[in-house]
Design a binder for this molecule. Structure first.
Ligand SMILES: [Mg+2]
Length: 267
């Protein structure tokens, strides 16, 4: 039985997108009303994604195609979180970015110089690089092997990104290729780490006791929710089955058939 009082006490809802609010290109029918009701009750929501291949502008367009109006401040992406982390820990560093032009642009907008001059590089950033070339793999291998002390950061640890036909390799898989070369593992920013929810709470000015992380994957969404000490809500509308849930050592704080149950609680 879902604890409706707990859900009514939430002031910040951090939603995973695919599998939670829509599936592929199909918006769940409850999603528009759910978002409206959250705002009408004076609470906030944000969309939280590990995908660093797309910019916030790309996501605003994607959601608009599905029928959801959104703006820049409604999102927390692993690209934004990476920029935040870099500003805090490697301010002013010249970056080598193995990522898309969207990721590079996000980092430039945050004041970083992105360079391909390997002798100038002070930090390596790996993203979900849908524009990956062998030259980039070569350059990062060179940096990892010749500059063993250089900071090495990855936007997200996902091994695969879902597609219509199955999946394609994501950032984590490319980092594994580079591990075979260098025996180095990057510092990971996105889910399942707690940084994205923590950053969202800071941006929204809401405490963790009044924050919920809602998603369909235990090993990313739920782990980041638990690690950030927010309420971790698993929805069964995406990739997690009962068997996966039963076998998982990580247990969500709450399990819902879908985010529609949040709507029912708030109404
Ligand atoms: Mg998902």
């Amino acid at each position: 039985m879902v604890n409706y009082d707990t859900l009514r006490g939430i002031k910040l809802f951090l939603f995973d997108m695919d599998g939670t609010l829509y599936l592929g290109d199909r918006l769940f029918d409850f999603t528009p009303e759910l978002l409206d009701v959250i705002r009408s009750k004076g609470a906030k929501y944000m969309f939280m994604t590990n995908n660093s291949s797309k910019s916030v502008t790309d996501y605003i367009k994607k959601l608009a195609r599905l029928g959801i109006e959104s703006e820049y401040g409604d999102f927390i992406t692993s690209s934004q979180a990476t920029a935040y982390y870099l500003k805090k820990h490697h301010s002013g560093a010249t970056l080598y970015v193995c990522g898309t032009e969207s990721l590079k642009e996000e980092l430039r907008q945050n004041g970083f110089e992105v360079s391909e001059d390997l002798e100038k590089i002070e930090c390596i950033v790996m993203g979900f690089d849908t524009e990956l070339t062998f030259k980039k793999l070569h350059d990062v291998s060179y940096l990892l092997l010749t500059r063993p002390d250089i900071p090495y950061i990855a936007t997200n640890p996902d091994y695969v990104c879902p597609t219509e036909f199955g999946s394609v390799p994501d950032c984590g898989s490319v980092c594994d290729m580079l591990y075979n070369v260098s025996r180095r593992r990057p510092i990971v920013i996105g889910k399942p780490e707690p940084l994205m929810p923590q950053l969202a709470m800071e941006m929204a000015g809401v405490a963790r006791e009044q924050t919920a992380v809602i998603g369909d994957r235990i090993y990313t969404d739920i782990k980041s929710g638990l690690a950030s000490e927010a309420l971790a809500i698993l929805v069964m509308s995406g990739e997690t089955t009962r068997e996966i849930l039963d076998a998982s050592p990580e247990k969500p704080d709450m399990v819902l058939d879908s985010a529609k149950e949040i709507l029912e609680a708030l109404k």
